[in-house]
Write a protein that binds this ligand. Structure first.
Ligand code: AGP
Length: 605
């Protein structure tokens, strides 16, 4: 989705803004633009398509000079991707330029009002009303005009604004959309995402809803919703630019797949002390709850499906898992005895935020499992546990998903300990198995070259099925999503036992069925489903535990992964499926890190 960035200092802003926009590309976008305060007026450059087109325009415009500016990558919501609709947007008098991430819900009303004053709009965007209203409100005081403007806006926004009359000054504001200020030496920055800033500074301020920031080269001032100056903590980022770069890999997705042992380790180890799971950051009385709801979107929801199984198995408490886009409109039955677990890598997913607000409104306690520190979901939740996966850039989540699953498993073991629904032996055995996941993940990654061969063999299947039971079914959902989102092949995940109730009609000679067979309690059942599809001519690629001899005679090909506890199967079993999706997409010539029509963080409904 959209990304914003800005710079004020003593260097030329153009290259800094373009570098920031390149780092925001992973979020998904269809046009980009920058604006700087020139000698006499605000100068703008925009391009439809890739940031590289904008870089070409910049290189062809030697007069584009200024030490203070703003930049934007746009993912179209209001109006087609075009140079006119691309940000920054300029006020009709040419005095102000704005970049915006979010949606102004009452833009039509504001636009109609401003048009009555004869103000002419150039674009179809909701964003343009911000800058036109700002210019309309401006009577010589930049800050006051901005405060008056944002007071009128409904919806969500992270904005950056420059004015031709105020050299070196940028104002930013936020409501329900991420915004970070970066602090430098006689130069300061803002962005919607740390990755855009981390090559320049590691000291940041996380903006909260309703706050406004004033950036000049000399310093940063933060104001509350009433315009009073406030003090905010400075956060030092511990990861470096290499974490946000490809480090020699061809794609971020492959780098992030390979980083999983390390990401799992970082998520697990600080929370295990003397074979006990300790969440120092969590003050939660589990005895208060009589049910759990898990809600999330996409892969995070698939992690939630795994979490449902683990929590129910260990805590013996009813658990529901539901996609946030449905839960938010379902008027769910919950109260102060309900624990809601929301899961999100980015912490900015609009549907998940809306669902958690609805749950809070109904009195539920919300625990968030989030990767991005200081994100909206982390802030809105009553309690938060962070996955320590590090920055995830590829649109298709990999280490984000596996760290979510392991954290849910750790939470389930911890909660079962609190509720005394787990024996000492079972508790210790789970903790030991969790501790061994990084090493087992590494062994699953050793399948890399074998999975590549499988992709060579099967990449041209235009439609395929993933089947499995219980934990294997949860992995089927994620494996299927991974494949379709980056390779654009049609694929469906089915509970293996459900196939015969209709979908088996689609099985025909040559159709590939990926059978997940690591949940051994139900292995016999899954094998009979494999036999049913084989009888109709399907080819079967199975994923099974090392030592599983039965599967060899049933499937055409098998990928063997290390044995682990049945409840932890998904963390390991998904790894060859991530690799399979990657290599199939590569064979099909797809844009792996930035699949068409998708965005990393879905901040619109
Ligand atoms: C996963 O590969 C997808 N890109 C997508 O389903 C994602 O998991 C979903 O949009 C939720 O994102 P979040 O974890 O940032 O909330």
């Amino acid at each position: 989705m959209c990304g914003i960035t800005g710079y004020t200092g003593f260097n030329q802003a153009g290259p800094i803004l373009l570098d920031g926009l390149k780092r925001l590309e992973y979020r998904g976008y269809d046009s980009a633009g920058i604006a700087v305060q020139g000698e006499e007026e605000i100068m703008m450059l925009k391009a439809t398509g890739k940031v590289s087109h904008l870089v070409d325009k910049y290189n062809d415009t030697p007069d584009f000079k200024g030490v203070c500016g703003i930049g934007h990558t746009r993912w179209a919501t209001h109006g087609i991707p075009s140079d006119t609709n691309a940000h920054p947007h300029l006020s009709a008098d040419g005095k102000f330029a704005v970049v915006h991430n979010g949606i102004i819900e009452n833009f039509a009303e504001i636009r109609a009002e401003l048009e009555k004053y004869g103000i002419e709009f150039k674009s179809e965007t909701d964003t343009e009303v911000i800058v036109q209203l700002l210019a309309h409100n401006y009577k010589g005081n930049f800050k006051m005009a901005l405060m008056k403007t944002i007071a009128k806006l409904e919806g969500s926004y992270a904005i950056g604004v420059i004015s031709a009359d105020h050299p070196g000054t940028i104002f930013c504001a936020r409501l329900s959309s991420p915004l970070i200020i970066g602090l430098g030496l006689e130069e300061n920055y803002f962005a919607s995402d740390i990755t855009a800033l981390v090559s320049n500074t590691k000291d940041v301020i996380d903006m909260d809803d309703g706050e406004v920031a004033e950036l000049t080269p000399e310093g940063v001032k933060i104001y509350d919703h009433a315009g009073r100056e406030i003090n905010k903590a400075v956060r030092h980022i511990t990861w470096d630019i290499a974490s946000a770069e490809k480090s020699g890999y061809e794609h971020f997705m492959m780098k992030e797949i390979m980083e999983q042992p390390q990401a799992l380790k970082a998520t697990i180890e600080p929370r295990v002390k003397d074979e006990e799971i300790v969440f120092d950051e969590l003050k939660l009385d589990m005895k208060k709850f009589n049910r759990v709801h898990i809600t999330a979107c996409g892969s995070a929801y698939h992690a939630g499906c795994v979490g449902r199984g683990i929590i129910e198995a260990l805590c013996r408490i009813p658990v529901e898992a539901e996609v946030a886009s449905e839960l938010r409109y379902r008027d769910p039955i919950m109260d102060d005895k309900t624990l809601v677990i929301v899961i999100s890598q980015s912490g900015e997913t609009a549907d998940t935020i809306a669902a958690m607000k609805e749950c809070k409104y109904k009195g539920a306690t919300v625990l968030a499992i989030v990767n991005v520190v200081g994100s909206s979901i982390a802030k809105l939740a009553d309690h938060c546990l962070y996955t320590w996966a590090g920055p995830e850039i590829a649109v298709a989540t990999t280490k984000g998903y596996t760290t979510q699953v392991v954290l849910l498993a750790m939470f389930a073991v911890w909660a079962a300990g609190e509720l005394k629904t787990i024996s000492h032996g079972a508790y210790t055995s789970m903790v030991k198995d969790i501790m061994r996941l990084p090493e087992r993940a590494q062994r699953a990654l050793d399948l890399n070259s074998r999975v590549m061969k499988m992709a060579d063999k099967y990449y041209d299947n235009q439609s395929l099925f993933f089947i499995g039971r219980n934990m294997d079914y949860a992995v089927a959902l994620e494996g299927s999503l991974k494949l379709k989102e980056i390779s654009y092949l049609h694929s469906e995940a089915y509970a293996a036992g459900e196939l015969k109730h209709g979908t088996i009609a689609l099985i025909e000679p040559g159709r590939l069925v990926v059978a997940l067979c690591c949940y051994e309690k139900l292995l016999d059942k899954t094998i009979s489903n494999i036999q049913q599809v084989k009888a109709r001519g399907a080819r079967v690629l199975a994923v099974a535990h090392e030592g599983n001899r039965a599967i060899v005679t049933e499937a055409d090909d098998v990928l063997f992964v290390p044995v682990t506890d049945p409840l932890l199967v998904p963390v390991i079993e998904i790894i060859p499926m991530q690799l399979f999706a990657y290599y199939v997409a590569k064979k099909n010539g797809c844009d792996i890190d930035k699949p068409k029509n998708l965005a990393k963080s879905v901040t619109v409904e």
